[in-house]
Design a protein. Structure first.
Length: 181
């Protein structure tokens, strides 16, 4: 009998961090549980609060194409920190018959208990993200109150002409489409 295929998803928030520990743990799990690895998706230096990430987007496309039977992560918070986003991803995977396994939390969404724990843990991940945001905002308010200037430094480096591209042009094109409709 052939082993089942899975995808590994790894993420770290800062570019000076490494996904190596997650990768070693997940590959060991796959070997012990007879999973063949279809692909390893790594988002390095990308916040879990972002719902669109390059490797996550590729993995979700492969989920839609049913290229594997499970997605294996080290912890659910590697997949994301927003409860709504995590549940949306889980629902999409469930609709395609794809399991989500978090190895360090011993949770497999193929079971009723796994689905229950996933909902609880995703709520904690969102709460943790909110606490981090509160701390950052508190620190910024304190620094501002002390009279320190926040943001980019003004001066000769900031006077160069900037090419209009990317997000700005997409936004302008969207506005033009709305006006013409």
């Amino acid at each position: 009998m052939d082993n089942k295929k899975c995808a590994l998803y790894l993420r770290v928030s800062k570019s000076d961090q490494t996904t190596l520990n997650q990768e070693l743990e997940l590959k060991g799990y796959c070997q012990r549980n007879d999973w063949d690895i279809f692909n390893v998706y790594k988002d390095e230096g990308v916040s879990g609060s972002k719902t669109s990430r390059p490797e996550l987007d590729k993995m979700l496309k492969d989920v839609r194409d049913k290229k594997f039977e499970a997605v294996i992560v080290w912890k659910f918070d590697r997949l994301g920190r927003s409860t709504a986003h995590l549940l949306q991803v889980l629902e999409e995977m469930k609709n395609k018959g794809i399991r989500l396994i978090a190895t360090s939390q011993s949770i497999d969404t193929d079971t009723a208990m796994g689905k229950f724990f996933f909902t609880i843990l995703s709520g904690f991940a969102e709460m943790e993200r909110g606490i981090i945001t509160e701390r950052i905002n508190l620190g910024l308010a304190r620094v501002k109150k002390q009279g320190k200037k926040l943001g980019r430094p003004s001066g000769s480096k900031d006077k160069s002409y900037r090419k209009k591209s990317g997000y700005l042009l997409r936004w302008q094109n969207q506005q033009n489409l709305k006006v013409s409709i």
